[in-house]
Design a protein around this ligand. Sequence first.
Ligand SMILES: O=C(O)CCC(=O)C(=O)O
Ligand SMILES: [Fe+2]
Length: 589
Amino acid sequence: MVFENYKVEKYHDDHIQSTMPITLLIKYDEPKTDETETVLHNHTDMCFTTILHQESYGVEISTKDNEWIGYDPLPSSLLFLAGDGLQLSLFMDMSFTHPFCRAQFSMCFNNLTIYHQGLLSNIFFSKITQIRNHMIVWSNDRIKSCMHRVVLKENKVRYSFGQFFWNKGVIYVPNELTDEDHPMQYKPIDLVEYLQYFHENMSTVGFDFSVKDYCGKHDATSISLKGGLAGEKKKMASRTQTATKIPVVDFSQEDCWKSGTSSWLSVRRDVCNALEEFACFLAVLPNKVSRELNDTMFGTFNELFDFPDEIKAQFPQDKPLVEGYVRLPTRESMSFRSSTEKIKNVTRQLWPEGNDQFRESADLYSKVMTELNQVVTKMVFENYNVEKYHDDHIQSTMPITLLIKYDEPKTNETETVLHNHTDKCFTTILHQESYGVEISTKDNEWIGYDPLPSSLLFLAGDGLQVRQHPFINLALVSWILALSSWICRSGILFVWSNDRIKSCMHRVVLKENKVRYSFGQFFWNKGVMYVPNELTDEDHPMQYKPIDLVEYLQYYHENMSTVGFDFSVKDYCGKHDATSMSLKGGVGK
Ligand SMILES: O=C(O)CCC(=O)C(=O)O
Ligand SMILES: [Fe+2]
């Protein structure tokens, strides 16, 4: 009917020939609470079309007006959806041999539910699948894929099943579906190749890699179907503007470290302007970190990351602010609490005979970063006239050091090795050996900087725990990492400052064909954080309830499956948000 309607029925036989229907039988666990629970988050299916049949209320679809509407199933009804993909693709890497092997897929689903309860649905069902709509391709944007979700309203198991219609071979937009009003939007696409490409490159192209990116014709990021896909997209992505620059704040004057001096006040102004405008700045402090220190520190990284995995893996993990060694598809990292004692222990563990170069330079950087953080946060507290809270704030701060090595890229193309994200902590200070970190401006431009040996990048923070998630599992982590967009919303500085300072969206790109080293300190806080009363007024009504950052992380880990990737600090402790809730207990969706 659809083909006929668009007068392309002559292609219909071929279309049906190439169709591979896949059956899926699903059981949703009985919800643990009486609340309505979203058990499958907003998504569209990646295939061409889907037909579902449910036993009881559950599927809801999003209308063009963004309303969610559901239906009580009739026994003799089936729900037909314009398709896009049941994120099956994500599971291909999980050693489940064939992308269309549904039986294995369901098994995989169940196993994962058991072992990774929480993580699964997020990776699985969140925004990631909204983008790959083949019906969209085929219909040249006339038919959009159906955004849907599943909610459980009753306290009982829910069964449902359906068929997902995939296609072998290349899908073309029929010429008949292009005209002046509908110029050709897509190049031909082989769905299976596309899925494969997506799997293999997820960690670099990112979850927001869409069918438009893959085979879009008029999109700025459009690419040729075969070869050089990632390259061109990445090139586009990294085409940074030179006009806007990351603000530089000069900390070279001795006086600017002393509260109350004119130099302090002037730096304070620069710092606060930079944070409000860019959520970050480059601190230049030649008296604190010299080129020699820079070279010594990075000089030890080679050896550090060359230790066999067994040695690196010895580093104990601690939740939710995990310390230890973490291997991801594009990078490996080592983290530990930033203290002289801890650095000594780490050094001794790695180099039983000692390594003064590492120990001393790591300790010095750690101290400088901690000091810079203290000074900058004090400036910020002062700027908002709440300096009386600063001592407590610093008392509760837990700095965590992270040392990172990014693998040498396999191609000569610029590669995004850490996708757009903000850090979940209060503040972050980074130091890189070579170009890599890029930040997103308010105008959504990506800007980077060539590091000076004596500079440190200060960022308004938000999240680290993704890489340090308790479910450390390579495949899962790579998905999470690729999913980076979900970590963008929980700025704690943002909470504290009652939305005055946004957290800094950043990413890491590799432009050169070589290993990249970087390290930093992430500043977390123990205990409950309040928006100071002084930061609320008519123009800034209180936006957040008190939050315990560590509990928040814990809560997030444990409930990821139901709260979804887009669960933000606003959802957790937002005051005016419709989804706001009390801090302890009853934190819903
Ligand atoms: O590699 C870097 O320099 C930055 C790393 C980063 O942004 C992070 O780990 O959150
Ligand atoms: Fe980061």
